[in-house]
Write a protein that binds this ligand. Structure first.
Ligand code: BDR
Ligand code: CA
Length: 314
């Protein structure tokens, strides 16, 4: 299995991504960093530790990351989407563990040395920790195999503004630094995450499973399903973070994923947080751009939900 570092703002769909990665024999989860996004980084670490304990994986180090974005204060999270505690206001059994003594950027840098050339990075929250790690050591990309990011919108509308997606909007300056660095990045934007949906029947399957973690994930999803009624007109949820995890692991394969230049709008105007993906080549059928390092996933080979549920029931 390949070593994988997960950076997340746990978060209901982050919890699904974590469960998926723990159930994936292709990867070895060697460390997790928390970042302020859906909730503050400290609470995100607590949630992550609690979920790991439920899964019997107290061996995975969890480090607290950035409390606030590179510029400006933390906006306070998304309690209307993920609950006041980030996990749908469900009270998870406390793990009794404390986070690692290092920060999330320090953990990422340490793992990049221990697994030089092999480490995969999956980031499903704002990109502050990755940007801080790059700032501390600009040679980081040379030791990382690849980076998979849930974030942005290619040709799709945003979800926190007409054009911006939450993870990029949470720290546009960090996103600009991470997407501008010299590593192999796969961006998993709303274009594909909004068309991968978990239904009430899937949630029921999780709730009724005899495994340690899946019924809890089913419980967390209750609030998330309620939030998505305003978007989809029924109780269900988009599968943002688990899709990034599945693409990183190879459980889902991108079928349309041009490698293009991506810029992030860091202005203070209405475009702030937009990912400007240069997809003009799609018209000519030759979307890849010379020298571009970022793959923008626009379509995948199969729906995530059945594959995700199957793994979560392992
Ligand atoms: C992203 O924002 C967060 O609310 C989710 O966890 C996901 O990472 C979707 O825009
Ligand atoms: Ca997230």
């Amino acid at each position: 299995p390949r070593p994988l570092y997960l950076d997340c703002d746990t978060g209901i769909d982050d919890s699904l991504a974590l469960g998926y990665l723990l159930a994936s024999p292709e990867v070895d989860l060697v460390g997790i960093g928390s970042v302020s996004g859906n909730i503050d980084a400290a609470q995100g670490a607590v949630n992550t530790l609690d979920l790991l304990a439920l899964a019997g994986r107290d061996d995975v180090p969890v480090a607290v990351g950035a409390a606030a974005p590179l510029v400006g204060p933390f906006h306070g999270g998304a309690p209307h989407v993920h609950g006041r505690n980030g996990v749908g206001d469900v009270v998870l059994p406390p793990s009794g563990r404390t986070p690692a003594p290092e920060t999330a950027p320090e953990l990422l840098l340490r793992l990049s040395h221990e697994h030089a050339g092999e480490l995969r990075v999956v980031a499903v929250g704002p990109l502050t920790n990755l940007a801080l790690a790059l700032r501390a050591d600009p040679t980081l990309p040379s030791r990382v195999r690849d980076v998979t990011i849930m974030g942005g919108a290619g040709l799709h509308p945003g979800n926190v503004s007409p054009v911006a997606e939450a993870n990029i909007a949470g720290d546009p300056e960090a996103a600009a630094a991470v997407l501008g660095a010299d590593w192999d990045v796969t961006l998993v934007p709303l274009d594909v995450t909004m068309v991968n949906v978990l239904e009430e029947s899937d949630r029921k399957t999780l709730l009724e499973s005899g495994t340690a973690l899946a019924p809890w994930l089913g419980e967390l999803l209750d609030l998330y399903f309620a939030f998505y009624v305003t978007t989809f007109g029924r109780r269900c949820s988009a599968l943002h973070d688990p899709l990034a995890a599945a693409i990183a692991v190879g459980g889902v394969t991108p079928t349309v994923a041009p490698r293009v230049h991506v810029e992030v709008d860091v202005s203070q105007g209405p475009g702030r947080g937009q990912t400007l993906c240069d997809l003009r080549g799609l018209y000519a059928g030759h979307p890849d751009q010379a020298g571009a390092r970022c793959r923008v996933v626009l379509a995948t080979d199969r729906p995530l939900a059945p594959h995700l549920v199957e793994r979560l029931l392992r």
